[in-house]
Design a protein around this ligand. Structure first.
Ligand code: HEM
Length: 97
């Protein structure tokens, strides 16, 4: 039902912006880092400098569907519930189908 919906449009169900993976892919650097995680889109640019792991760990996930990175930390360890809570501060919209 979401085909053809542009990035700034809202659905009947919510006022949130919708983005495609192509939109997310335009933000693939450490100083402009978006991630799609479990259907939600986050702009984590402001968090990147505070993240407790080296930039090299985060960089490959900027501009990507990053559920695997968030759920595994690259090492089969999920982030803490606190980390998942923090993520919500960076929410900018949802992934368009
Ligand atoms: C998706 C790519 C990401 C990867 C690969 C990644 C990886 C890691 C690694 C390697 C650590 C340190 C080792 C450890 O705690 O086990 C870590 C810790 C942490 N990361 Fe990430 N991270 C990512 C994204 C994020 C994001 C987007 C946030 C929050 C907005 C975040 C918040 C945290 C926090 C709060 C910790 C401290 C430990 C914890 O609470 O789980 N990370 N992350």
């Amino acid at each position: 039902v979401l085909h053809g919906v542009g990035p700034q449009e809202a659905t009947a169900e919510s006022d949130e912006a919708q983005y495609t993976l192509d939109d997310v892919a335009e933000h693939d650097s450490l100083d402009d880092c978006w991630m799609a995680i479990e259907g939600t889109v986050y702009d984590v640019t402001d968090y990147v400098p505070r993240h407790p792991a080296p930039d090299s760990v985060i960089k490959p996930w900027c501009g990507k569907e990053a559920t695997e990175g968030m759920r595994t930390k690259g090492a089969n360890r999920d982030h803490s519930s606190m980390a998942w809570q923090m993520l919500e501060d960076y929410r900018i919209g949802v992934l368009a189908e």
